[in-house]
Design a protein around this ligand. Structure first.
Ligand SMILES: [Zn+2]
Length: 107
């Protein structure tokens, strides 16, 4: 009997069935999905890189848990705001003085 190699994992198949693949599948269960749509990246609630230290200080003072990340634009120092969940977004909108229209703003 000729050993047949599994195309997926390179392991040896016996009687056409791979012995390794089921073990690999069992060892790596799919990660639990994050809540839909979060974290959000908001350009509207973003800023410029030079403002980030000031914003971080304000956010810390107000207990707002968001972060800023480069918007990836080569000719500007714009940063996007990374908002982990609804609650942080609500606090941030309040701090920014923006009216929360329940999900319509900055998403
Ligand atoms: Zn396999």
């Amino acid at each position: 009997m000729t050993a047949v190699k599994c195309k997926k994992c390179g392991g040896t198949k016996q009687k056409g069935v791979c012995l390794i693949c089921p073990m690999l599948a069992a060892a790596t269960p799919p990660a639990a999905p994050a809540p839909a749509g979060w974290p959000k990246r908001s350009r509207a609630l973003g800023a410029f890189a030079r403002q980030v230290p000031e914003l971080n200080a304000r956010n810390k003072r107000l207990g707002i848990n968001v972060s800023y990340e480069s918007a990836g634009s080569p000719d500007s120092d714009a940063v996007d705001c990374i908002i982990p969940d609804r609650n942080e977004r609500k606090k941030l909108l309040k701090a920014e003085g923006a009216h929360d229209r329940d999900g319509g703003y900055g998403d």
